[in-house]
Design a protein around this ligand. Structure first.
Ligand code: EPU
Length: 345
């Protein structure tokens, strides 16, 4: 195991922002993960686990402890009758795994194509898009339990999945280091084409699309929104959606409708009579449009919800934009938007 010092974290994030890690360790095996944890304990230093870096905002001061970069690789398959089990190491690229699955006609994650990041991050924030969530296909998550200092296999039920949420980013934050994920994908099923953007994409097709065609369509739709990493495109120097879509009460929603002078307020019903409102719409209404500029930070020209590093932005430039947006949305709608990316350092 090699311990590097003062490694700049910006290149490890899709934002391209962030100061140095005091120590930096790359783990290719579970033994490496354990050794890195022991090293951090010996130094009495905090530990941060870095995956694909697609949902992070690293502070300009960097991280004053050990950054553990998860680089475990490997995909193992198992036939389970009508389904196929895939045991995927946490450091595998997520989108590459989606391609492996759909090309074998295994369904359940076809709509999650083009999401940047690594496999290990998918259960943590229960990645979801275009009508699917990774929680629907996860059977087991293997992780190092830092409390007991041993590897454990957690069932999907034990992971406590909800919208962009699991025990790993809520009740048991910082307790586990995910090293591999087992997905169970159904063989030969029809793809899910339920999200409006996808329906529109296929509306003139004479035949039902196959799983790989749905994945390609999702990548194309994501590209149009700047939510696909395209090298050289400043619109994707971001962390994807910067805010979660807020869930509000039916009464609160009615107040917004009334004060919006009859505008058609987009919304989706969720459990308990509550309503989910797209954060992108709230931003637009509060004056933060596509292409909005605040110093070196800004909003993508393709999607209101992606805050971007226009050129050489620091974490504090992004934080300044975040804060004016939050304040304006509170003032206009009495909704406190919650950022989606994890703040490091
Ligand atoms: N909208 C605007 N302006 C925009 C874009 C969207 O007003 O510039 C409004 C429209 O009313 C639109 C609605 O927002 O109908 C929803 O937009 P979209 O379909 O693009 O989805 P989203 O709610 O902004 C969510 C996820 C994305 C995921 C897409 C597709 C969250 C926070 N974001 O975005 O996930 O790809 O749905 O399923 O739930 C991510 O989490 O990083 C992410 C990219």
């Amino acid at each position: 195991m090699q311990v590097l010092k003062q490694v700049n974290l910006a290149p490890y994030t899709t934002f391209g922002i962030g100061g140095p890690a005091r120590w930096f360790i790359e783990a290719s095996t579970e033994e490496d993960v354990l050794e890195a944890v022991r090293f951090a304990r010996e130094q009495n230093a905090p530990l941060f686990v870095l995956g694909g870096g697609s949902n992070l905002l690293v502070s300009d001061a960097g991280f004053p402890g050990v950054v553990l970069h998860i680089a475990l690789k490997g995909i193992e398959q198992q036939h389970l009758g009508a389904a196929t089990g895939f045991s995927v190491a946490a450091g595998e690229d997520w989108d590459a795994f989606v391609t492996v699955a759909v090309c074998q006609n295994c369904g359940g994650i076809e709509c999650l194509a083009g999401i940047p990041g690594s496999v290990g991050g998918t259960p943590v924030q229960n990645v979801g898009a275009y009508g699917q969530e990774v929680a629907e296909t996860i059977r087991l998550v293997r992780a190092l339990d830092l409390q007991a200092t041993r590897f454990v296999d957690l069932s999907a039920a034990e992971c406590g999945f909800a919208y962009r949420r699991s025990i790993f980013n809520s009740s048991h934050r910082d307790r586990y280091i995910v090293t591999s994920v087992q997905y169970e994908l159904k063989n030969g099923v029809d793809p899910v084409v339920s999200y409006a953007d996808l329906k529109r994409y296929f509306q003139n097709w004479k035949f039902s699309p196959a799983l790989p065609e749905v994945s390609s369509a999702v990548r194309e739709i994501r590209r149009g929104k700047g939510m696909l990493i395209v090298p050289g495109d400043p619109d994707c120097r971001s962390a994807g959606s910067f805010f979660k879509n807020p869930v509000i009460s039916a009464e609160h929603f009615e107040q917004i409708v009334t004060s919006s002078n009859g505008a058609n307020v987009p919304h989706y019903p969720v459990a308990d009579g509550q309503v989910k409102v797209p954060a992108a719409w709230l931003l637009d209404q509060a004056g933060f449009h596509k292409g909005y500029v605040l110093g070196r930070a800004g909003i993508s020209s393709k999607h209101t919800l992606a805050l971007i590093n226009r050129d050489g932005a620091s974490a504090s430039d992004i934080a300044a934009l975040r804060d004016v947006i939050i304040a304006m949305v509170v003032e206009k709608f009495a909704i406190h938007l919650e950022p989606e990316p994890v703040w490091v350092g």
